[in-house]
Design a protein around this ligand. Structure first.
Ligand code: ATP
Length: 202
């Protein structure tokens, strides 16, 4: 799954609608200090399902919304949309009916955020699994934050194993296993209840 376009509106310093086309090959982002290079990478991580505002260098998730500048008032909404090429049909079955996937996340001040894939409202977990299957995602080793290399060197073996699992594209299996276990537990509880009811009929 190849990422082809990133569209940002009202997110951090990107107050105006801004679109980045991700062409084949290597893409470099250059600019003076404070121009928004890290904000751009954070927009990418955010739309991929980042749930920690601390990882967004914020003191609350609403802080990702444009907070106003000298002559511009603050905004109440931020939205990031990522377009991915799914011609190889590698997306999870639920979203695998289109050649192009548009994944978007929108946050409204004090209302929290929601996600959509091709216009259909989905859970954060659906978006996280979609990217985990593609060996990328908000917490994956594919996106390297400032200071992350030294953290990796000092990391415990379990944390390092997670990086290998990301690279192998199997990180999504953990989330699926957890969901399957919850469903199994629900089915077991229902069975116990049925047995109780049947016992009452004897
Ligand atoms: P450096 O090269 O120094 O790492 P950078 O290009 O990565 O800088 P960023 O850290 O992405 O720059 O951007 C910092 C700018 O973003 C600051 O000017 C800051 O005021 C602005 N900014 C961050 N959050 C918001 C927000 N919610 N609303 C408006 N501006 C914001």
């Amino acid at each position: 799954m190849k990422l082809t376009r990133l569209r940002i509106v009202g997110f951090k310093s990107f107050v105006e609608p801004t679109e980045f086309l991700i062409e084949p090959g290597l893409t470099g982002v250059i600019g003076p200090n404070g121009c928004g290079k890290s904000n751009l990478v954070e927009a990418l991580r955010w739309v991929m399902g980042e749930s920690s505002y601390k990882n967004m260098r914020a003191s609350g998730m609403d802080d990702v919304i444009f907070a106003g500048s000298g002559h511009r008032p603050a905004r109440n909404v931020a939205e990031v949309t990522l377009t991915a090429d799914n011609a190889g049909r590698t997306a999870p079955a639920a979203f695998n009916d289109a050649d192009t996937l548009e994944i978007s996340r929108r946050i409204e001040r004090e209302q929290g955020s929601n996600y959509r894939i091709n216009g259909r409202e989905v859970r954060a977990r659906d978006v996280q699994i979609l990217f985990a299957d593609a060996a990328t995602g908000a917490r994956s080793a594919a996106l390297v934050r400032q200071g992350q290399i030294s953290e990796l060197i000092a990391a415990k073996p379990q944390a390092r194993r997670r990086i290998l699992e990301d690279a192998a594209g199997i990180a999504g299996l953990h989330a699926r296993r957890h969901e399957a276990e919850l469903r199994l537990k629900g089915a077991e509880d229902n069975l116990v209840r049925v047995e109780d009811v049947l016992g009452g009929l004897d």
